[in-house]
Design a protein around this ligand. Structure first.
Ligand SMILES: [Zn+2]
Length: 62
C-alpha cells in the first residue's frame, strides 16, 4: 500500500520490497523434444522444435 515516504522507515520499505519483489528469472522451461533449457514461447535453439514440431528447417536432422 502506498504510504507517505516519511511515514515508513528505510528499513521497513526495504523489508517490504525484499519480500514482495523477489527476483524471478525470465520464463525458463525445458524443451519437450530434447530436454534442453529454453525460453518459453521461443523455438528451441538446440533442436529447432516449437510445440513438438520442427520449425527451423536448417536444424532438422532427417
Ligand atoms: Zn529442443
Amino acid at each position: 500500500m502506498a504510504v507517505p515516504y516519511r511515514r515508513k522507515s528505510r528499513s521497513r520499505s526495504r523489508m517490504h520490497r525484499a519480500a514482495t519483489m523477489k527476483y524471478q528469472p525470465v520464463g525458463n522451461t525445458t524443451c519437450a523434444n530434447c530436454g534442453e533449457p529454453k525460453l518459453t514461447h521461443r523455438v528451441c535453439s538446440v533442436c529447432g522444435y516449437y510445440k513438438n514440431k520442427p520449425v527451423l528447417e536448417s536444424v532438422e536432422q532427417d
